[in-house]
Design a binder for this molecule. Structure first.
Ligand code: SDX
Length: 430
């Protein structure tokens, strides 16, 4: 078919420009506006990138209308049912599912990069206040990794990129557990390579030297499914931050640290922590209507945390799966009044015109915190768990970007609405 185009006409001057359309595998076609500034003299304006594609990607696709999510073309429901987290990590990183042999080799590699330099653990982590928020520690520690692992940092060397990717995927659970141990004052626990990725994380967090620790298979499986569901999600705020930071040629540890920082925001990955705080504040089913009214009140900054999504205009498929895991975990660990409150809140919100009209559904963060809480994970560690899972998504996008022949440093333009040109008055005349 002849190249598809759109024509943009400036109704003031009558001048037009023809812009090419690029078609996707799935989802919306895009208008390539690359030549707009040079040939037509205009920038486009799109705060929050509501209608703007920042890149091409082969990694993940969300169908916002249907509420569907695909990693490398595979539906998330099938991946969550048939794969372990490291299989999905391999898929995101390499573009295909591993064979048994490849998975075994990948597990060996990850298991032999999961320790950290002793002076990183002993000096840097112990240098934080004992009550530092673990996301503050994660941001600092991940950003410091190039100071401890300054080999294999030639980002244009594919082998270096893969070694650094393996290091980040392998070390992020160890770092997360070390932050938790620092908060609790308990001794740090080293990874054990006979355990699975998630079993190891539970062991490093909850084992203590004075008694044996047995990984509970229910907790291990729940964490594995949660990590699969959190592993990647197209060009969300933190992934876009990683891409923008990495586009300058900054080392991948620094770029991923920027992603950790962005994820911490309550509008993004920090929402899982905010949901539990919100449920605790609501306290009882009898208070739900008051909080729903606040969420609808334009003059009230309160939002229903764990609800709404920029892309999903239908139920977040991850929330559906996480809700199922919730029931399995609570069946083992005992009921949590927060779940009943959350489900009641969901029912009331989803029957309210304000939420229906704006297509606001529970998102990935609405139920995940209830599971983490049931597993004994403290609320300030919820976003850390999100960061552990999303690290493979971040580093997969970073690799894809560095590999992209069209890579340019990200440098958005602006609409300047400040003061017009003026001269500086002498100090005495100000
Ligand atoms: C994640 O991008 C990703 O993929 C992110 C993520 C990932 O995996 O990486 O999916 C993870 O970040 C999930 C989202 C977690 N955040 C929250 O749960 C925080 C609460 N949700 C919102 O702040 C909000 O819904 C966002 C940030 C998620 C999306 O915001 P948008 O797309 O910018 O939507 P908007 O702010 O323009 O809202 C549209 C309308 C507004 O009302 P009107 O001005 O049209 O009258 O919906 C309202 C908003 O006021 N609205 C809400 C609401 N979310 C949107 N009203 C009450 N409660 C909410 N949660």
């Amino acid at each position: 078919m002849a190249n598809k185009t759109v024509t943009l006409t400036d109704n003031t001057t009558g001048k037009s420009i023809e812009l090419p359309i690029m078609d996707p595998t799935h989802g919306n076609s895009v208008v390539d506006i690359g030549k707009l500034a040079k040939e037509f003299g205009y920038f486009t304006y799109d705060p929050g990138f509501v209608s703007t594609a920042s890149c091409k990607s082969t990694i993940t696709f969300l169908d916002g209308e249907r509420g569907q999510l695909y990693y490398r073309g595979y539906p998330i429901e099938q991946l969550a049912a048939k794969c372990c987290f490291l299989e999905v990590a391999y898929l995101l990183l390499n573009g295909r599912l591993p064979t048994e042999q490849e998975l075994s080799e990948f597990q060996y590699i990850i298991g032999h990069h999961n320790m950290m330099r002793e002076n990183l653990r002993y000096n840097l982590i112990r240098g934080f206040n004992y009550d530092a928020h673990p996301m503050a520690m994660m941001t600092g520690i991940v950003g410091s990794l190039s100071a401890f692992y300054h080999d294999n940092l030639d980002i244009y060397n594919p082998e270096h990129r893969m070694i650094t990717s393996h290091r980040l995927i392998a070390k992020i659970p160890t770092i997360a557990a070390a932050c938790y141990k620092h908060n609790t004052g308990q001794p740090f626990v080293f990874p054990q390579n006979h355990l699975t990725y998630c079993g190891n994380l539970l062991h490093m967090m909850f084992a203590v030297p004075c008694e044996p620790y047995h990984v509970d298979p229910v907790a291990e499986k729940a964490l594995d499914v949660l990590f699969i569901l959190h592993a990647d999600h197209e060009q969300n705020a933190s992934t876009s931050t990683v891409r923008l930071a990495g586009s300058s040629g900054a080392n991948p540890y620094a770029a991923i640290a920027a992603g950790v920082a962005s994820l911490w925001g309550p509008a993004h990955g920090g929402a899982n922590e905010a949901v539990l705080k919100m449920l605790a504040e609501i306290g009882d089913v009898s208070n739900i209507d008051k909080y729903i009214a606040r969420a609808k009140d334009k003059d009230d900054s309160f939002r229903l945390m764990g609800f709404g999504h920029r892309v999903y205009r239908n139920y977040d498929p991850r929330a559906k799966l996480i809700k199922e895991v919730c029931h399995q975990v609570l069946a083992k660990y005992g009921d949590d009044p927060h779940l009943e409150l959350a489900m009641k809140l969901e029912d009331i919100a989803l029957s309210d015109e304000f939420f229906i009209e704006r297509k606001l559904y529970p998102n990935v963060d609405f139920y995940s915190g209830i599971i983490y809480k049931a597993l004994g994970i403290p609320i300030n560690m919820f976003t850390v768990m999100f960061a552990v899972a999303r690290t493979v998504g971040w580093i997969s996008h970073w690799k894809e970007m560095i590999d992209d022949p069209e890579l340019k440093i990200g440098r958005p333009r602006q609409l300047y609405v400040g003061e017009a040109h003026r001269d500086v008055p002498d100090l005495a005349d100000r």
